[in-house]
Design a protein around this ligand. Structure first.
Ligand SMILES: [Zn+2]
Length: 467
């Protein structure tokens, strides 16, 4: 049974609003395409952000529509000039480099808790559908061949620029437009280009060559998800030109393409753009090798909303580790399955408001000493975010806190307190309560029963000394 109590709202770059309730084209098969990496090197920390963000969306959709009713596609761009350059520089084959890099990517993203998408197409396995799509675009007058190239004619698509909200004039003024003699118009972009003997190439009606980057996603999305699908995602650095070009190609080929366009903001490190020249560039693997748990990376990422710039800081890393150690220890004390809390789900369904969802988890974690349901909901909520995947992040101190021994010490102290009160020795009785507070135990007293909560300041040695 799909859980449709609260509708999902997603911010759509295309309409610049999250005002419209998300309604899938087919609730039996909710379809999402996310642009994946170009595989020539280790994923840097910024590359992990869209993977984690759309992994959470994938989990949410599966939770709401059912595990078997979601299709998630993320591609690998395994034909690219950067890959060719690396092959030349290292003397290795392109296949070796792309195979190795894809495995690195899967390992590193697995370490940050990402579920593998249902399909992970490699561009080089979809050359035939790309050629077919390019031929179709030529036949329909939206593309032309020139000097071994095929170019998309931007002026043939009136809505070009609608996604990114740019006018064609602005785009021409931008630096990313490449002027070339074979282009009729400087805005036209490459669908196919010729390959020399030392470059990867495939036979085509326009000679030996290789596809442009943008056509990959249009062709693979069409092949795997059909002419129309629900969500297309990626980093906001892809909005223009990549996604603008994908839309132009697909729409002109007669496909409805994606309904909702989602873009995550970029990542910074300690307030600065991550770059090799600033010396603050690092990969996911660098962090893992330094002993930073994948779960910590994931938690820090999700503590900022995906449409805000994410600042990776050492302070956040330390704080995340502390929180996760505590939470992992707390949830290790319960068994059972419940759904995540309603407030948590509402936050997630509100355009993936993960910071708000995490705030709700903090609230659940506060009630740990007296409410088993809170702990189970904390566990379910964390799992929904892809946390708590048995990574050894556990605070031994918190784990021992809720032992029978702690229970029995508190019980004997409290029963002494009740006895003292019954003979009106209030001062002595209150001393016991004050002692508990100073040991980090907060007691809530009813008429003849009590519950307690262990505060972050809880000190088992101080409690032992009260006996
Ligand atoms: Zn793409």
């Amino acid at each position: 049974m799909p859980n449709t109590e609260t509708p999902i709202y997603l911010y759509n770059t295309k309409t610049r609003t999250k005002g419209q309730q998300f309604v899938p084209i087919d609730a039996q098969n909710v379809r999402m395409y996310v642009c994946g990496p170009t595989v020539y090197d280790r994923a840097h920390l910024g590359n992990a952000r869209p993977v984690i963000v759309f992994d959470v969306l994938n989990r949410l959709l599966r939770h709401v529509y059912g595990d078997k009713h979601v299709t998630y596609v993320r591609n690998f761009t395994d034909v690219d000039d950067k890959i060719n350059a690396k092959a030349v520089a290292t003397g290795r084959t392109i296949g070796e480099i792309t195979d190795e890099t894809i495995q690195w990517f899967l390992d590193d993203m697995g370490a940050v808790g990402a579920i593998e998408p249902d399909h992970m197409p490699r561009a080089t396995a979809y050359i035939a559908p790309m050629i077919a799509m390019i031929e179709d675009l030529i036949a329909k007058g939206h593309a032309y061949a020139a000097e071994g190239h095929v170019l998309f004619s931007v002026s043939s698509y009136a809505e070009y620029g609608a996604l990114s909200g740019r006018s064609v004039d602005d785009m021409i003024a931008g630096a990313r437009v490449e002027i070339a003699p074979y282009k009729r118009d400087p805005m036209d972009f490459v669908l196919w280009k010729p390959s020399s003997d030392d470059q990867p190439g495939w036979d085509s009606p326009w000679g030996n060559g290789r596809p442009g980057w943008h056509i990959e996603c249009s062709a693979m999305a069409h092949d795997l998800l059909g002419a129309s699908f629900d969500i297309h995602g990626g980093g906001n650095d892809l909005t223009f030109p990549h996604h603008e070009n994908e839309i132009a190609q697909s729409k002109c080929a007669g496909h409805d393409f994606a309904n909702v366009w989602m873009h995550n903001e970029m990542l910074q490190v300690e307030g600065k753009k991550m770059s090799k020249s600033l010396g603050n560039f690092f990969t996911v693997r660098d962090l893992l090798d330094q002993g930073v748990a994948g779960e910590v990376i994931r938690f820090v990422m999700l503590s900022t909303h995906y449409r805000k710039p994410m600042d990776w800081t050492e302070t956040k890393r330390v704080e995340a580790e502390k929180t996760l150690r505590k939470w992992n220890a707390i949830i290790s004390q319960v068994e059972g399955e419940v759904a995540p809390s309603g407030l948590f789900m509402d936050a997630l369904k509100d355009d993936l408001n993960t910071p708000q969802a995490i705030t709700e988890m903090h609230r659940l974690a506060q009630g740990i000493a007296w409410n088993q349901l809170d702990i189970l909901q904390l566990k379910a909520s964390g799992e929904m975010l892809g946390l708590f995947q048995n990574n050894g992040l556990m605070d031994a101190n918190v784990a021992v806190n809720r032992t029978e021994r702690v229970d029995s010490i508190i019980e004997s102290l409290m029963s002494s307190r009740y006895q003292l009160r019954s003979v009106k020795l209030y001062e002595k009785a209150d001393k016991i309560r004050d002692g508990l507070i100073s040991a980090g135990v907060e007691v809530r007293e009813g008429k003849d029963s009590y519950t307690y909560d262990l505060l972050p300041s809880f000190d088992v040695a101080k409690l032992e000394a009260l006996k």
